[in-house]
Design a protein around this ligand. Structure first.
Ligand code: SAM
Length: 183
């Protein structure tokens, strides 16, 4: 069974981070996470984007805003969940990721604006995807691929209205509502 994963985005700034935070949520969903928690500025636009994509492309994915990320994470730990913080200062992903137990819920925390120091202590694992600064989207994608054993397949997106059929040279989309195929 695939792990139950919540991706927690810290320090979202509505004006500056709108696009990258949406990409982070979409990547979380596409890689098989179940939940997305947006911390920092409230931003209904990001939550609506994720909800629209889930309505169209299926699966069981929820997203919500939490004003107090530390409270959310402490509660998550108390409930028996494990916290993974992605940071370039952490331990190497290629030796640590395979040691993370996947029999309970996992929160994967990524930063935005300055990350509170307490996160490093609260986290069960501080994991680096290399020790160079890059993007939270890249870090999440690579970590999730290793944790989940690859990209989520179509069976993980039940109830999809739109289904993309792979094609070597064009776009083929099945629309279940209209029972039609467009290309
Ligand atoms: N400006 C922020 C700060 O001062 O902490 C960091 C910005 S960085 C673009 C945003 C997030 O991407 C980080 O908090 C971390 O979660 C993730 N990230 C960036 N590089 C990473 C790396 N090499 N390994 C793991 N995560 C990384």
């Amino acid at each position: 069974m695939r792990p139950d994963v919540t991706v927690v985005r810290l320090g979202h700034r509505q004006q500056r981070d709108k696009r990258i935070t949406s990409h982070l949520g979409l990547t979380a969903r596409a890689m098989g996470a179940n939940n997305f928690v947006l911390c920092g500025d409230e931003d209904q636009g990001v939550l609506d984007t994720l909800s629209d994509v889930t309505d169209n492309f299926g699966g069981d994915f929820s997203s919500e805003h939490h004003a107090k990320p530390m409270g959310f994470l402490r509660h998550f730990t108390k409930q028996g969940g494990r916290i993974v913080h992605l940071t370039m200062y952490g331990e190497p992903h290629d030796t640590v990721t395979s040691t993370i137990p996947t029999d309970g819920p996992i929160a994967v925390v990524v930063g935005g604006a300055k990350v509170p120091g307490e996160i490093y202590k609260l986290a069960d694992y501080n994991i680096a995807i290399g020790h160079q600064p890059h993007s939270e989207v890249a870090a999440l994608a690579l970590f999730m691929s290793e944790l989940m054993g690859g990209v989520a397949g179509p069976e993980q997106f039940p109830g999809a209205r739109l289904e993309i059929q792979s094609h070597p040279s064009g776009k083929v989309v099945i629309d279940r509502d209209e029972d039609s195929e467009s290309s």
